[in-house]
Design a protein around this ligand. Structure first.
Ligand SMILES: Nc1ncnc2c1ncn2[C@@H]1O[C@H](COP(=O)(O)OP(=O)(O)OP(=O)(O)O)[C@@H](O)[C@H]1O
Length: 318
């Protein structure tokens, strides 16, 4: 796994490096951690995602914005292995989708392997498993679950040590996210905002190099908003790369180092927050369409994804 501590942490230097870039879709970044080429996803006749090239800068907070239905969640699902691109394996003519994370090709990689490689995500519909305790939720976020090792019976003492370490890490993260008092409560009893914090804390169990947050602010009570923003900025300051999808423009403007804009499946703009969000094409594409349709979380987290999550969790806990 990558060593998050070796990433740049000087925000001013990072912003200065990004400010010098061309503000055009697909622009190369000084030190990309994620590079995506030609990723496409069709649902019947609908082209949900058609991204030609995208690079995500290591150590930065990048926001992915765009109107409802732009393809943001589908894009997240594709690069994290929860969905497969339509051009995953073309028989004729090449043009296969390809994406690499920290130099490793991920286009043939399943969701758990993607997570193990250091790119971990949360979901728009908070997937805090409600009939598990907060601590149990945290432990399924660790990369090394007992069920993953066939020889666990033979290495019992070793495993017990690892479990103690996982519990210690979980307790440390729960304290950091102020969920320690809820440690033994059922996750289903947490507030919406606390579930978001738990999602984030669980994603950090595996010490990822990059965390991908799908609408971290959705449904969060204003009292918890600042705390969530602080946590996300603290992650970046410690060297974790953050990529997040969000409709809350205040949050996007406030914490992002870079903003990528999607509309109708493609990247239509990218750049520094203030500049890109003020551009006419973006105002037209995003704000023009943003408020006319209010999708509930359940509409967007499709059954295919829910099934994939269920399989993941089953594998992780087996
Ligand atoms: N499993 C699916 N089957 C059919 N169509 C789908 C499926 N998943 C997504 N779509 C469609 O693909 C398009 C992109 O959807 P997606 O959820 O990725 O957009 P989004 O940018 O994340 O939207 P939002 O901001 O509302 O969450 C939409 O038109 C959506 O209806």
């Amino acid at each position: 796994m990558s060593d998050a501590q070796s990433y740049p942490t000087d925000r001013a230097a990072l912003r200065a490096a990004l400010a010098g870039l061309d503000q055009t879709p697909g622009v190369p970044k000084p030190d990309p951690i994620l590079t995506v080429d030609r990723i496409e996803r069709q649902f019947g006749g609908l082209q949900a995602v058609n991204v030609e090239h995208l690079e995500v800068q290591r150590g930065a907070i990048t926001a992915l914005i765009g109107p409802n239905g732009a393809g943001k969640t589908t894009f997240f699902n594709l690069i994290t292995g929860f969905d497969r691109p339509s051009n995953g394996k073309r028989l004729l003519g090449g043009g296969d989708a390809r994406w690499t994370f920290d130099g490793k090709a991920l286009n043939r990689t399943g969701a758990s392997q993607v997570a193990r490689s250091g790119m971990v995500r949360t979901f728009q519909l908070t997937k805090a498993l409600s009939r598990m305790t907060v601590l149990e939720n945290m432990l399924i976020g660790a990369n090394d679950q007992p069920g993953e090792n066939l020889f666990v019976g033979l290495i019992g003492p070793l495993w017990a040590k690892r479990e103690r370490e996982n519990i210690a890490r979980a307790d440390e993260l729960l304290a950091r996210f102020k969920l320690d008092a809820k440690r033994d409560d059922m996750a289903g009893d947490l507030s919406g905002g606390q579930k978001k914090l738990l999602e984030m804390a669980r994603a950090l169990m595996s010490n990822p190099a990059m965390i991908m947050l799908d609408e971290p602010m959705a449904g969060v009570n204003p009292a918890l908003t600042q705390s969530l923003l602080d946590h996300i900025q603290a992650l970046r300051d410690e060297g974790t790369t953050v990529l997040f999808v969000e409709h809350d423009m205040h949050m996007v403007r406030h914490i992002s180092d870079w903003v990528v804009v999607m509309a109708q499946g493609t990247i239509i703009a990218e750049g520094e927050p203030e500049r890109v969000m003020a551009s006419e094409a973006v105002v037209d594409a995003y704000l023009g369409a943003h408020h006319d349709r209010d999708l509930g979380d359940d509409d967007v987290l499709t059954t295919g994804v829910i099934r994939a999550i269920a399989t993941e969790v089953e594998e992780e806990t087996r």
